[in-house]
Design a protein. Sequence first.
Length: 249
Amino acid sequence: MSSTPIIEVRHITKRFKGLTAVKDVSFSIKEGAITGMIGPNGAGKSTTFNMICGYYPPTEGRIFFRGQDITDKKAYDYTKMKIARTFQIMKPLKNLSVLENVVASCYFGHAAAKNEREARERAMDVLQFTGLYEKRHILSKDMGTPDQKRLEMARALATKPELLFLDENMAGLNPAETEAAIELIRSINKSGVTIFLIEHIMQAVVSLCEEVIVLHHGEKIAEGTPEQVMNDPMVMEVYLGKKEASNHA
Ligand SMILES: Nc1ncnc2c1ncn2[C@@H]1O[C@H](COP(=O)(O)OP(=O)(O)O)[C@@H](O)[C@H]1O
Ligand SMILES: [Mg+2]
């Protein structure tokens, strides 16, 4: 494991017309780890995520991937850099089966499949790994939220990423489904994929993340281990509101 962070964000700011959504935020993401970002609604989490994923550039500041400046790279370049993401709003190809969705993703990125056989073989592996194999012939639009979220992960994994971004991948899941999602994320990480996730469910953040970054009103107010940030007076006061509010972000 190298000591150069896989991602380093230096002083990024994003302004939308009059509104400053993210203000002078800096942090880094450790190679091999699971890093989380939390904060109340409107804190600027998705905006930060979108800048790091190349969805749109920061108004100010720079972003580095393994030491290389990628601030001006487009989302398209990212799969080539072995970076994949899921969206908070799921975007499957609705009228294709689960299998076809994953097969389609196998043709993207640095490890794009060279033929149908290779794509299908990899898709089958990914479906087994994500627990969707039995549902491979269902149309993606006919699946419930938990499976749609799994499909998002399966599609991301089909591009063989080394870095995976997850934006609120557990929103809307019940406790058992959340536990299953936590296990899946842990096994993805164990297979060698660095993970950066935005998550509202504290239990997930605490159990998965080595480091957590806390945003509030577009600014970073704390970072550290889950324990450190949960005990940070600023986080307790400004973000959690009250001391006992430790179950929910
Ligand atoms: N494309 C956009 N245009 C204008 N305002 C935006 C846009 N995206 C986000 N915002 C605003 O930026 C702020 C941060 O939003 P967001 O990053 O989505 O927060 P979070 O993901 O933490 O809930 C909010 O006030 C939101 O309304
Ligand atoms: Mg968001």
